[in-house]
Design a protein around this ligand. Structure first.
Ligand SMILES: [Zn+2]
Length: 115
């Protein structure tokens, strides 16, 4: 299960952070999951829960997931547009059909609140 190994990776990052801050308790973990990443947020969340409940530091931790849209960049004019779907349609500024998509394909740990 892809999401579970991702959750494990994230989890070890969090534990390292907690250790380096001398934290006793992880309160909130915020992550961004790109919509193009193929990661199923629910599965990821489930994996995290399983791991979190087994550890004193994280047993009360709340995972907050933000799903992030990729950004569409026009190759012709350099315009940047929000995009919540695959490349399609024309550039609103120059009518080009050539775009690149950036972002939206990562799992990023954005914030950990701990005490
Ligand atoms: Zn353009």
């Amino acid at each position: 299960m892809h999401e579970f190994s991702l959750a494990q990776g994230l989890f070890s990052q969090i534990l390292q952070l907690a250790e380096s801050h001398g934290a006793q308790n992880i309160i909130i973990v915020r992550v961004e999951i790109g919509k193009l990443s193929g990661i199923v947020a629910d599965s990821f969340s489930f994996g995290f829960e399983v791991l979190a409940r087994e550890n004193e530091l994280t047993e009360n931790a709340v995972l907050e997931i933000t799903e992030v849209d990729p950004v569409k960049t026009c190759i012709e004019c350099g315009g940047i547009y929000p995009s919540n779907e695959k490349i399609q349609g024309q550039c609103p500024d120059c009518d080009s059909l050539n775009f690149t998509l950036t972002g939206g394909d990562d799992l990023i740990l954005t914030q950990v609140e701990m005490e």
